[in-house]
Each structure stands twice: as structure tokens, then as C-alpha cells.
Design a protein around this ligand. Structure first.
Ligand SMILES: *Cc1c(COP(=O)(O)O)cnc(C)c1O
Length: 228
């Protein structure tokens, strides 16, 4: 069951901030996704390749082809090929190896696939992502080899803050992501008008994320209810 009132409140806040709402539908059934689709939602986020493939196929079977599927989880290199034909945006690029594979698979489908660079901003060990130096090195390589990367578009950065009640800490992590975005933009993307997304903010911290400069929030449980 989706929470319609909650969804509409969130959507208003997101729109007031000129940001994009990605409804995170992982583990949620296609009926709930369809209910949200019928309210006008088009951007959906998924974490697991197989689940994303199944859902995409289901909606395609219904003749629904205008859902923008975001891959927001950790993407294994050997699975890129399964989603490269249809995925709208891959949020979690955290290595050159993955960037190369996405470029290669996107080429097979003659498309330019947009991605975000995942930054490690939380103090927790478990979260994926690059630090400033790794991101800098990756962008340096990308810039120097632009001719090779014809099928990829680096559209910005993504990060996950700590699960914490300590708002000052979370705010500090969001500010870090904003500043790394600015740093990378200045060094590598001045000529690009696409490097503008900052994907940050989830159910527990999206308002703070928007206030801190997020352009894209990824919200699951507030809209769809808690995951089992
Ligand atoms: C699950 C998930 C979300 C959504 O989390 P909620 O707390 O349910 O809003 C956002 N981003 C990523 C990367 C996720 O894995």
C-alpha cells in the first residue's frame, strides 16, 4: 500500500526545491508501483539487477514504456549488460572498471548512458563509494580519454549519509558531497552542461538534503511503507 498523502507532500517539497523525486521501489510489488505511476510518478529506483529486469519487463508487457528506471544499488560489472538497454540513470559508479563496462555495454545499444559518481561520505565502513582522490583520479582519466567515452555521460555525484539522529553530522556529510561536486565540476566539467546532479537524501533526511543542495532525492519507505 502506498501512502498517497505522504507522497503528495514529499512531491511538493521536492518540486519547491526544483529537484527530482526518485521513488525507491525495491522489494515492493508491481501493484504498488502501478498505483504510484497512476498518480503521475515516473522515476523509480531499484537496487537489484534481477528485480529491476523483472519489473521493467512487467511494465513493458503492459505497454508502459515511460518509466525512468534508476539503478541505485551497488552494480557488479558483470551485470551491467542486463540493464544497459533500458536503464535511465546509474547512480553508483565507484570505479573505472565499472565506468568502462557501462561505456562498452551502452555502445552495444547505441546509446549514451548517464551515470553518477558514488562518493563515500558517511563514516560507516559498509557504504560504497569513492573518496575525493579516487573520484579525482577517475575524472582525470575520463577527461584525458574523452574520445573513448562516447557512450557515457557523467551527470553528477551521489552519496548516502550516515543513518544518524545527529543532524549536524548528516549535514556535514551532505556539505561534503556538494563540495566534491563543485570541485569536480571546476576541474573537469566546465565545458559540460550535464554535470549538475547531486543525488542525496532518503526518507530520514531528504528535507535536510534538499536544504543542502540536493537535486535528486531517493525515497522508499515514506512512500511505500517499511520494507520487510
Ligand atoms: C533503499 C535505498 C534508498 C531509500 O531508502 P528509504 O530510507 O526507504 O527512503 C535510497 N537510496 C539507496 C541507495 C537505497 O539503497
Amino acid at each position: 500500500m502506498i501512502n498517497k498523502e505522504q507522497y503528495e507532500n514529499i512531491l511538493k517539497t521536492v518540486k519547491d526545491n526544483d529537484a527530482t523525486l526518485v521513488a525507491v521501489s525495491k522489494f515492493k510489488n508491481v501493484e504498488d508501483i502501478k498505483a504510484l505511476y497512476d498518480l503521475g510518478q515516473r522515476d523509480f529506483g531499484e537496487n537489484y539487477v534481477q528485480e529491476l529486469m523483472d519489473k521493467q519487463a512487467y511494465f513493458e508487457g503492459l505497454g508502459i514504456n515511460d518509466i525512468r528506471w534508476h539503478f541505485i544499488g551497488h552494480l557488479q560489472t558483470n551485470k551491467v549488460k542486463y540493464i544497459a538497454s533500458f536503464v535511465h540513470l546509474i547512480h553508483g559508479v565507484d570505479s573505472l572498471k565499472l565506468l568502462n563496462e557501462i561505456n562498452k555495454q551502452a555502445a552495444k545499444h547505441q546509446r549514451i548512458l548517464p551515470v553518477l559518481l558514488q562518493m563515500h561520505i558517511a563514516q560507516e565502513e559498509t557504504k560504497f563509494g569513492m573518496d575525493h582522490t579516487e573520484a579525482y583520479t577517475l575524472c582525470e582519466y575520463y577527461s584525458a580519454n574523452k574520445g573513448t567515452y562516447k557512450n557515457i555521460s557523467i551527470d553528477g555525484v551521489m552519496g548516502m549519509a550516515s543513518f544518524s539522529e545527529d543532524l549536524a553530522k548528516v549535514k556535514g556529510e551532505f556539505d561534503q558531497l556538494v563540495s566534491v561536486h563543485e570541485m569536480l565540476q571546476k576541474h573537469f566539467f566546465l565545458a559540460s552542461n550535464r554535470f549538475k546532479e547531486i543525488s542525496m537524501g532518503m526518507s530520514g533526511d531528504y528535507e535536510l538534503a534538499l536544504a543542502s543542495g540536493s537535486t535528486m532525492v531517493r525515497i522508499g519507505s515514506l512512500i511505500f511503507g517499511n520494507r520487510n
